[in-house]
Structure formats: C-alpha cells, structure tokens
Design a protein around this ligand. Sequence first.
Ligand SMILES: NCc1[nH]cc(CCC(=O)O)c1CC(=O)O
Length: 301
Amino acid sequence: MSIVRIGSRQSRLAVIQAEIVKQQIERAHPGVRVEIITMKTTGDKILDKSLAEIGGKGLFVKELDKALLNKEIDLAVHSLKDVPMETDERLPILACTKREDARDVLLLKEGKTEEDLKKKGAVIGTSSRRRALQLEKLYPQCRFVGMRGNVQTRLSKLEEGEYTATVLAAAGLARLGMEEIIGRYFSVKELLPAAGQGILAIQGRYGEVYPYLEGVRDEAAQIAGRAERAFVKALDGGCTSPVAAYARIKQETLELRGLYYEEEQKEYAVDVIAGDKEQAEKLGISLAEKMKKEAGRWKRS
Ligand SMILES: NCc1[nH]cc(CCC(=O)O)c1CC(=O)O
C-alpha cells in the first residue's frame, strides 16, 4: 500500500476539492491511499487588503509550493483559476480534473430579488474587476463594493453587510452542496468566467512519475485550460487587468471566447476564435493578438 499526501488550503472548499482528487485516485488505484494535509496560506490570512496590494493570486499557492519542494506533500490541488500564469518550472501542473459548471452565479441577500438590482442604491459585493465590469452592463444601477474571503466568509458578509447581492462561481457552490442558495446562473455570454474556472489542477514535482494519476486526468479540461490560460498569458498575465476566457470542445474543434479590457480607453471587448483542439495554445495566443490589434484601432478612431 503506497501513501500519497495531497496538500490543500484550509478552506472547506479547498478540502472538498482535495477530497475529490483523493476519491478519484483511490477509485482508479485500489492499492493507493491518499492523505490530505491542510495549510493556511497568506492569501487566506490577510483579508483586509486587496490581492493586488499583498502580492497577487500567487499567495494562495506559495506555501503549498514550498511544501511540494520540501517533499512534505506529493501533490497539491488548486482551483486552476487561482494558479498564477507563471508557474515554477520545478512544479508543473500534472493533470486537470473534469470541469464542473464553469459559470458564475448570483447570490441575493435574504429577502432581495433580482429586481432589486435594477433599483438605485443596490450594491453588489465583489472584488473581481472581471465580474464588476461585466455586471455593470447587466445592472447599470448597481454600485460595486469589494468583498474578499472564502465562500463561507463571503456568504456571511452578504447577510451582515450592506450588500444586495454577490457573485460566485457555480463550481465552488456545487462542490459545497449549496446549489439551492443560487439566485440565478449567468450564461457565459452574459458573464464570461475566469480562465480555468471549474477545473481543478493537480500540481507535482518535475521529473517524478505519478502513475496513480492515470484515470484522473481529463483531456478536455486540460485542453480548455491550456487555451484559456494561453489567452490570458498573451494579454498580460492577468495580474490586475480584468481578463476572462472560456473554451468549449466539440469533437475536434475548440471554440474559445475571450474578454480583453483596454486600460486607457476603459472599454472591453469579447471575441471568439475556433480551430483544431490540438492547437489550443496557439488559438489562445491568436485570439489575444487579434483583440489587442483591434483595441489599438479604438484609440485612433
Ligand atoms: N477565487 C476563489 C475561487 N477560486 C475558485 C473558485 C471556485 C471553484 C472553481 O472555479 O473551480 C473560487 C470561488 C469563487 O470565485 O466563487
């Protein structure tokens, strides 16, 4: 019996995500036992500052990276959307899990309805510029106020604070078994998700063999994630600028939808590209380049 140690953040959602991977490994490989080791990350500890102020999304993975390098854990499980575009070469993403619902959803404060978002004074709590930018068009009367923390924290803030609603990823709520609190789903056309949303990334050490990941890997999710991340990376790494991307695979074709925000014009555009799924990365880069070129034309006109 071999034992595999998976490192995870401490939040309930992170632990459930690690358990999803644990179950998949144990089901496919009866001779393997998986243990989950949780860690508090800097991103979880500091909640009163924006992520940009304290050093970006990487703060959710830094502690786990260290544990992997020190061989305290064998794998780390992350939401792919939280994995920075620039990853440590020594710690590659080894596999992606089958994608959960990629959409964003609306959560209303008790007693509120979507109609309330169309009234003056309505407040949506979100620290995501990607979400706020797109939601402004759906709910022009709303004000946007920052809201950080894990899913549970945000739900408490929604009930206690001056918010009318907040927006979260469907995937997280589905994994927590909390779908019944969802007010409504936004289609990807209404609100384009973050690159990698709904996909779990399994990270490990370069050069090691991981035979127990066979049967866990999902090819479609891996390809979609690759296209979406290539798009974001080709734009600017997605550090502070809002970007969004969602890829869908049908047979051999990959269709990638991307959102690009132009900081000077303060305008964004959404565009689509389709092509061979084997060219996932190239499609991501092509869409980014096309959109940058087109944004250049907005300035001149
Ligand atoms: N930034 C936090 C985060 N990272 C991943 C998810 C949801 C799960 C996923 O996308 O796989 C969430 C919560 C949210 O944005 O609502």
